[in-house]
Design a protein around this ligand. Structure first.
Ligand code: ASP
Length: 465
């Protein structure tokens, strides 16, 4: 197969003999002549199968069906002006086949892959995700996602960030209201790891460790009741920087987003640069929510309206009358409220350094400047009503680390799934993830979650109730 070329390369090979391989995307029979659309990773090419050229292969041509995997040898020929198909990138040429090899047959797919599969029942699409992924739209979405992630990686490396992996088997981070997924420990009966809701604590510890600029394409896990737009595992562009103030983070992220849009989706236009900034109060008063859709023309698929929402209240009342954080317990208050935080007074008025970045009505990321001094973090935890024992057990390692010379630091974590969803004009993040779960956290392809055998449960020291 070493001589095989991609169908996209045929455009520049008129008159040459070539070998192409891929899937039969469609076939059209016109009397003795059959036309095939051959699909590979680079696109679609029209194959012309005429008995005079194929000889014995003509019989085989009769048998080829959709999604069979085939190699064609033949001569690339220019199409006549009237035959040019500007809907496909190889539309100026076609391949006159001289031989056919079948590499594999295929069952008839449960849905048609040359149509928009969004019309198909989602359970079926998810069960046969590897087939759905063959469709043009999903191929485009997943490739766009790759471009976006690659862009962020290269951009941040150029800005002197270090990409660092942090563990997935970890301990409860307790940084959002969400529940955690837990993993039983076989080696330590009765003990559990938690999957990270985000690498929040690790990235702060990397600041203590002196890396100064960290990022990671981070998988995050949240065991929340599912809503259409949520997935139990999802991906963030997690980053953290030392020696910064809020303004530094906002500027870095804003410049990165503008450059990303320009590079990955040049057809899009950003409504307003610099991104408008609203206070939480203002956003609630004007739009009734804290993720306003500022697009002037909501019918324009290429319009992107970013904005920042700032100055959130740090705490809110719990149902039982205590206090909890609105976003992130590790956040610092705005400096003018530090005295109130330390004195645990006027709690209602304390504002956090939290910032959210919003795009077309979706929160696509949030972050903050952190409390880099232990007493301030401790004050937050105490306001939340945690006693000394609880604080030490859950956050002792953080308080201790901050005491070893933590630099001032802050960061943010834009959500890759939502960003790509909006760039791809898709209605939900499942359309931009290769292997998503359904709205109820089911994996229909692997059938997860699934029960464990009695033996496996015994090994894990688990008894079901
Ligand atoms: N860890 C935060 C989150 O997942 C983001 C951050 O504050 O950097 O929302």
């Amino acid at each position: 197969m070493s001589n095989r070329i991609l169908v996209s390369e045929c455009v520049a090979k008129v008159g040459e003999q070539v070998i192409v391989s891929g899937w039969i995307h469609a076939r059209r029979d016109m009397g003795k002549v059959a036309f095939f659309d051959l699909r590979d990773a680079s696109g679609i090419l029209q194959i012309v199968a005429v008995p005079a050229e194929l000889g014995e292969g003509a019989e085989l041509a009769q048998k080829l069906r959709s999604e069979w995997v085939v190699t064609f040898t033949g001569t690339v020929q220019a199409r006549g002006a009237k035959q040019i198909n500007d809907k496909i990138s190889t539309g100026t040429v076609e391949l006159l086949a001289s031989s056919i090899t079948v590499l594999n047959q295929a069952k008839t797919p449960p849905f048609e892959l040359d149509q928009d599969t969004r019309q198909i029942n989602e359970e079926t699409r998810l069960q046969y995700r590897y087939l759905d992924l063959r469709s043009e739209r999903l191929q485009k979405n997943i490739r766009l996602r790759d471009q976006v992630v690659t862009f962020f990686r290269e951009y941040l490396h150029a800005e002197k960030f270090v990409e660092i992996e942090t563990p997935l088997l970890t301990k409860s981070t307790g940084e959002t209201g969400a529940r955690e997924f837990v993993v039983p420990s076989r080696l330590h009966p009765g003990n559990f790891y938690a999957l990270p809701q985000s690498p929040q604590q690790f990235k702060q510890l990397l600041m203590v460790a002196g890396f100064e600029r960290y990022f990671q394409i981070a998988r995050c896990f949240r065991d929340e009741d599912q809503r259409g737009d949520r997935q139990p595992d999802f991906t963030q562009l997690d980053l953290e920087i030392s020696f910064v103030e809020r303004e530094d983070v906002l500027q870095l992220v804003e410049a990165m987003m503008i450059a990303m849009v320009k590079h990955c989706t040049p057809e899009k236009k950003i409504q307003q640069i610099p991104f408008p900034r609203l206070s939480y109060q203002e956003s609630m008063a004007k739009y009734g929510n804290d993720k306003p859709d500022l697009r002037e023309d909501k019918a324009d698929p290429n319009l992107l309206a970013f904005c920042w929402v700032l100055d959130f209240p740090f705490f809110e009342k719990t149902e039982t009358g205590g206090w909890t954080f609105t976003h992130n317990p590790f956040s610092a208050p705005k400096s003018e409220f530090l005295a109130d935080l330390m004195a645990k007074q006027n709690i209602n008025n304390i504002m956090t350094t939290q910032y959210d970045i919003v795009l077309n009505g979706y929160e696509i990321g949030g972050g903050s400047i952190r409390n880099h001094q232990a007493p301030a973090l401790k004050a937050v935890l105490e306001i939340m009503g945690l006693d000394e024992e609880n604080i030490n057990r859950r956050f002792g390692h953080m308080l201790e680390a901050l005491d070893f010379g933590a630099p001032p630091h802050g960061g943010i974590a834009p959500g890759i799934d939502r960003i790509v969803m909006l760039l791809a004009n898709e209605p939900n993040i499942r359309e931009v993830m290769a292997f998503p779960k359904d709205g109820n956290a089911n994996d229909h392809m692997l059938k997860a979650p699934s029960p464990l055998s009695d033996q496996a449960l015994r090994d894990l020291h688990i008894k079901l109730i």
